[in-house]
Design a protein around this ligand. Structure first.
Ligand code: XIL
Length: 376
C-alpha cells in the first residue's frame, strides 16, 4: 500500500499548507515557480491532480510514465478495469493490464481510481444476450463485487456507477434505457453502491457522469444536470453510500458555456453532501481551425473558463484529465466520427503535446490551481 494512499477517512486530506503569494501581489503562476508540477500546485490547495493512463501507452512511451509520476497524485486506467476489457472471452479473466496500472501507481506512491464497475458500455459481446435475460442484474451486481474486491486496498476510489442519465431515452427522471433495468430502477443502482462498500469499505465511492457543462438552446444540458442531481439525491435518500460525484468534464471549444448555470450545478451538487472531482477532463478542438498555436490558445482559454468556475466551488477537490498527451487522446481515435476533427488531424485536447512538451493547456490548469482557494 502506498504511503499516500487515500481512503474514505483521509480523502484528499493530505493538504499542503497554501502559501499566500497572492497577498504579496505576485502573479500566482510565477510565484509558484514555472516548473512546479501540477500535483504540487493542487496539493498546496488541498486538491489533487491526476490522469487516466493506458497500460499499452505506458509500455510504448517511457516518457509518459515519467511525466505521470512527476505531475500526477492519482491515476486511473482508461479502459483496463472495464469488464469489456477484463473478460473478453467468457470465463477468461485477465487483469494483467489493470495490474500493470495498479503497480505503476503503487511504485510511484500514487492514489488509484477504479473505473468503472457498472457502465452500460462495459459489456463484453458475450455478455450482452445474458444481460437481457432474467439473470442480467445479478450478473452486473456480481461483477461490481468481483472487481471492487479484486482491487481492495489498491484502488482508493471507485467510479461505481457510470453514465446512467440520458434524457433522449425519454424515460422518467432522464434515466438511461438499458434493458437490464426496469425504467427508473434506482434501487438496483443503490444495491451496486452497497455491494461496492461491502467489497471495499475504505474506497471512496462515486457516481460519475458527463455532459453537465453546457447550455444548448434545446435544454438538453439542463435536463442532464437535473437528471444527475436527481439521481444522486435519490440514491442518497435511499441510504446508498455515494460519497462523491464525478463530473467527467469532456469539454468542447465553441459549445455554449453559461458560467452562472455551471456554478449553480456545482453548488447544487455540493449541497447534496457529496464531494466532487472532475474525472475525465479534456478539451475537444474539433471545430477549431488555424495553426496549432492558435488551436492551443483556444483550448487553453476554454479550459480556463470552465475550470475557474468549477474550482470556485470548494466541494470540487481536484481534476483528473483523460490522458496526458495528445499522442494518445481517445478523441483522435474514437469510433464516433462526431468526436474527431473533420480534417483528420489529432485533437489538441490534453496538457502535453505528442513529444511530452507542456502546452498552453498545462499552464491554464496550473493557473486555475494557483488561483483556487485552499480547501479545508
Ligand atoms: C473511453 C476510452 O477513452 C476509449 O479508449 C474507449 O474506447 C471508450 O471509452 N466516458 C467514460 C470513459 O466514462 O470510460 C470513456 O473512455 C470516455 C467517456
Amino acid at each position: 500500500m502506498s504511503a499516500t494512499r487515500l481512503d474514505r477517512r483521509t480523502f484528499l486530506g493530505g493538504v499542503g499548507a497554501a502559501t499566500a503569494f497572492g497577498a504579496l501581489g505576485l502573479p500566482l503562476a510565477q510565484a509558484a515557480g514555472a516548473d512546479m508540477p501540477l500535483r504540487e500546485r493542487a496539493a498546496r490547495k488541498g486538491m489533487v491532480f491526476g490522469s487516466a493512463l493506458m497500460a499499452a501507452s505506458l509500455r510504448q512511451m517511457p516518457a509518459l510514465g515519467e511525466t505521470a509520476a512527476r505531475e500526477c497524485a492519482i491515476i486511473t486506467p482508461e479502459n483496463e478495469m472495464k469488464w469489456r476489457y477484463t473478460e473478453k472471452a467468457k470465463g477468461r479473466i485477465d487483469y494483467r493490464d489493470a495490474d500493470q496500472i495498479a503497480s505503476f501507481a503503487a511504485g510511484n506512491a500514487l492514489a488509484l481510481r477504479g473505473h468503472t464497475a457498472l457502465w452500460y458500455r462495459n459489456s463484453p459481446d458475450w455478455l450482452v444476450p445474458e444481460l437481457a435475460g432474467p439473470a442480467g442484474r445479478g450478473l452486473l451486481l456480481a461483477q461490481v463485487t468481483q472487481i471492487v474486491s479484486r482491487f481492495r486496498g489498491r484502488v482508493t476510489e471507485w467510479d461505481v456507477v457510470n453514465e446512467m442519465i440520458e434524457p433522449n431515452d425519454n424515460l422518467p427522471k432522464s434515466m438511461r434505457n438499458w434493458p437490464p433495468f426496469a425504467p427508473g430502477d434506482v434501487g438496483f443502482l443503490a444495491d451496486c453502491f452497497h455491494a461496492a462498500r461491502e467489497a471495499d469499505p475504505k474506497a471512496v465511492l462515486y457516481y460519475n457522469d458527463y455532459g453537465v457543462e453546457y447550455s444548448d438552446t434545446q435544454g438538453y444540458g439542463d435536463r442532464r444536470r437535473a437528471g444527475v442531481l436527481e439521481l444522486v439525491a435519490a440514491l442518497k435518500s435511499r441510504g446508498a453510500p455515494v460519497d462523491a460525484l464525478g463530473v467527467q468534464c469532456h469539454t468542447t471549444v465553441g459549445n455554449r458555456f453559461l458560467e452562472q448555470v455551471y456554478r449553480k450545478f456545482m453548488a447544487d451538487a455540493a449541497s447534496l453532501g457529496v464531494r466532487i472531482l472532475i474525472t475525465e477532463f479534456d478539451v475537444n478542438d474539433k471545430r477549431v481551425t488555424g495553426s496549432p498555436a492558435e488551436r492551443d490558445r483556444k483550448v487553453a482559454d476554454h479550459a480556463r473558463q470552465v475550470l475557474t468556475v468549477a474550482f470556485d466551488e470548494s466541494a470540487v477537490k481536484g481534476l483528473v484529465t483523460w490522458g496526458l498527451t495528445d499522442r494518445f487522446s481517445w478523441l483522435s481515435t474514437s469510433d464516433d466520427p462526431r468526436d474527431r476533427r473533420p480534417d483528420g488531424q489529432r485533437t489538441r485536447s490534453l496538457p502535453f503535446d505528442e513529444n511530452m512538451e507542456r502546452k498552453p493547456l498545462w499552464f491554464a490548469i496550473a493557473d486555475c490551481f494557483d488561483k483556487a482557494k485552499p480547501r479545508t
